[in-house]
Write a protein that binds this ligand. Sequence first.
Ligand code: NAP
Length: 325
Amino acid sequence: MRFGILSTADIGTGSVIPGIDKSDHEVGAIASRDGARAQTVADRFDIPAAYEGYEALLDDEDLDAVYVPLPNGLHAEWIRRAADAGLHVLCEKPLTASAAETAAVFDYCKERGVTLMEGFMYRFHPVTERAVEVVSSELGEVRNVTSTFTFRMPDEAEDIRLDPALDGGSIMDVGCYAVSAARLFLGDPDRVYGVTNDRRDCGVDTEMAGILEYADGATARVQSGFETPLTQYYRVETTDGWLTAEPTFDISPDTAVELTYGVDDRQVTERFDPTDHYTLEVEHFADCVERGETPRVDRTESVAIMEVIDAIYESASEGGPVALD
Ligand SMILES: NC(=O)c1ccc[n+]([C@@H]2O[C@H](COP(=O)([O-])OP(=O)(O)OC[C@H]3O[C@@H](n4cnc5c(N)ncnc54)[C@H](OP(=O)(O)O)[C@@H]3O)[C@@H](O)[C@H]2O)c1
């Protein structure tokens, strides 16, 4: 599969372009608002075509798909434009800023016969697959999940994550991982209670804590923020044990990961060699397109995560719990 890259975003140049380069697929073109910037990145990664403006890239007939690492607030527009050009779309998380818009972009792509997948790369890391397997096959009933992703953003940072016009905010940026992991182990909650704080007075949440409540009284606690040092983990507690993995979400391709679980009086640690989950994500996406299969991170999952996020925002604004359908 030949990818076009929409923008010179850090996540593209730092992780996903190298991830594609290690896969069976290739980068055929890159576009930037600034043509010289696109050319610089093209030279660095040996990308054959560089364009000024994203629309120009969509006219490149040698491409099969686009990877969209634009600011969150621009995802939906460029997903639709890429679909109009007949290109499959791998788009960064969060796909859009609401469940309704997420459902709408999936429907838009389906109508045009192109595949859309949200780039939750940690879902393709073997440690995540194994954690789900252990919880479902070796541990008892899940009663609680604690899932956190925070990092300390410099005080004077100028960052798309602090811009309300670009759908910034800690929930959008890293809280979506916490919600995604809670869903992996507990499914979809019945009620959500959320608290957010705009500590920098910038118009978006820079801290969030949420409680998700399930039909049988099980709970998940989710947390995100830009105000405290890097913490990324989940811990699953069951009637007979527990499981945790760290790091959990942003796992560098040269980092080994440990998954540890305890059940009854037994404790097990499994070690995972360094793996590039961006390469695995790209390969999965391309395989699904080729075989006409639905990606692992599908419409149902992406919409369900956003429904919880919508509810966290609503709860934080209304000051009470919000019921989900
Ligand atoms: N999966 C992951 O591991 C991961 C990690 C980090 C971020 N992300 C996601 O990836 C996306 C990009 O994040 P990032 O940290 O890589 O962002 P970034 O470095 O700030 O890059 C965003 C790019 O978007 C383009 N752009 C277009 N309009 C813009 C505007 N009004 N303001 C700023 N930039 C604009 C710019 O590229 P040009 O100037 O070249 O057009 C810019 O380089 C976000 O959706 C984020 O949630 C995912």
